[in-house]
Design a protein around this ligand. Structure first.
Ligand SMILES: Cc1ncc(COP(=O)(O)O)c(C=O)c1O
Ligand SMILES: NCC(=O)CCC(=O)O
Length: 426
């Protein structure tokens, strides 16, 4: 047995399914999850001392690569001053200012501990602000695991075949309407009928939890329009896209201004952080400014704030995003070419530093239905072939991949050559 196999067996005794988050368990791809012990830059090392080029990057946060020296130094400095005070610190304001300065739609921001908390709190706020109950989301989008949002959700929920989780009361689920991603006509039709009931529309402005699906022209624009017409709150869930698809997130990339934005992943630099924010007149409703309750023992944790500040500061270099995006292009073009050379039907999507591969005859993948029709068995063989050859991809075909600053052209070219080997076996 490998050490990962031994550890997984032990973990299963004490932890349900052996993991603390379902997507880690390799349920979708089969086999035993790899247990890791360290990571640096683009590389991650497992407990059997095997090294992998990592395109999961902890599901998105590690945009600088693992163990970036400035982030580690900032964390060590913060740790030495105490782990948590449960009281305000200057670092919270520093990070809040950094975030709001970069995301112009955000006048104010509240820090929480995860993306789940951020979206859960944002929809509570939108419901209170509008005095309405109905929320609109899109099939295959994942916004964390709060009750109202775990309806027809993406990510791990898709792989388990239970996108709408048991345990969510029907009366609550009834308030969540699920529409088709990238289908502007359906959104218009729904709003024409029930727009006055809609508290908010929440959307991943680039979908990253049903593989990677950028918005088609006009989709986000339509969401903005119908929300304006019906006084509904438009929430961009930028937990994944924030500071990843542009310096100001997807809203900057596609030039659509949401009312509320949720963030996570990158803004915590690898520490547990989420955030929600937006226009001052909406954020004023949050306690203690207003009556909408939202709280957290560890919210704004000083160590997490330090990691976030150090990360955002690194992103300010003028060539940061162009360089990062060029790497993503290099990878996806190389993978497409390698697949074509091997006669494998595969297409890719990418947006900024997010990307995805689809095993399909179709040339363009723009919606959930198309994703679900892709050849998952072939993806699973691809995944294991790459894993064997030292490339760690997300262990499910419904996840976006992530590029980091630390990936070199040599790492990317090595990845493409490994993929070429695997394509030859598919
Ligand atoms: C778009 C999006 N929203 C929300 C979440 C939930 O964040 P977390 O896992 O930190 O609770 C995730 C990822 O998990 C996500 O990708
Ligand atoms: N796309 C999946 C995630 O972003 C979150 C990972 C997890 O749920 O563990």
């Amino acid at each position: 047995m490998t050490r990962s196999e031994t550890l997984f067996q032990q973990a299963n005794q004490w932890i349900p399914g052996g993991v603390n988050s379902p997507v880690r368990a390799f349920k979708a791809v089969g086999g035993t999850p790899v247990f890791f012990k360290s990571a640096e830059g683009a590389y991650i090392t497992d407990v059997d001392d095997k090294r992998y080029i990592d395109y999961v990057q902890s599901w998105g946060p590690m945009i600088l690569g693992h163990s970036h020296p400035s982030v580690i130094d900032a964390v060590i400095t913060a740790v030495k001053s105490g782990l948590t005070f449960g009281a305000p610190t200057e670092a919270e304001t520093t990070l809040a200012e950094l975030v709001c300065a970069r995301v112009p739609s955000m006048d104010q921001v509240r820090f929480v501990n995860s993306g789940t908390e951020a979206t859960m709190s944002a929809i509570r706020l939108a419901r209170a602000y509008t005095g309405r109950d109905t929320i609109v989301k899109f099939e295959g989008c994942y916004h964390g695991h709060s009750d109202s949002l775990l309806i027809k959700a993406g990510s791990g929920a898709l792989t388990l075949g239970v996108p709408s989780s048991p345990g969510v009361p029907e009366v609550l689920a009834a308030h969540t309407v699920t529409l088709n991603y990238n289908d502007a006509d359906q959104v218009r039709e729904f709003f024409a009928e029930r727009g006055e009931q809609v508290a908010c529309v929440i959307v991943e402005p680039v979908a990253g939890n049903m593989n990677c699906i950028p918005p088609v022209a006009g989709f986000l624009e339509t969401l903005r329009e119908v929300c304006d017409e019906h006084q509904s709150v438009l929430i961009f869930d930028e937990v994944m896209t924030g500071f990843r698809v542009s310096a100001s997130g997807a809203q900057g990339r596609y030039k659509i201004t949401p009312d509320l934005t949720t963030l996570g992943k990158v803004i915590g630099g690898g520490m547990p952080v989420g955030a929600f924010g937006g226009k001052r007149d909406i954020m004023n409703h949050i306690a203690p400014s207003g009556p909408v309750y939202q709280a957290g023992t560890l919210s704004g944790n000083p160590v997490a704030m330090a990691a976030g500040i150090a990360t955002l500061q690194e992103l300010s270099a003028s060539d940061f995003y162009p360089t990062l995006f060029a790497k993503t292009e290099r990878l996806v073009k190389g993978l497409e070419q390698a697949a074509a050379d091997a006669g494998i039907a595969m297409t890719t999507n990418h947006a900024g530093s997010m990307f995805g591969c689809f095993f399909t005859q179709e040339k363009k993948i723009e919606n959930y239905r198309q994703v679900m029709a892709c050849d998952t068995e072939r993806f699973n063989r691809f995944f294991h072939g790459m894993l064997e050859r030292g490339v760690y991809l997300a262990p499910a075909s419904y996840e976006a991949g992530f590029m980091s600053q630390a990936h070199t052209d040599a790492d990317i070219d090595l990845t493409i050559s490994k993929a070429a080997e695997v394509f030859a076996t598919l």
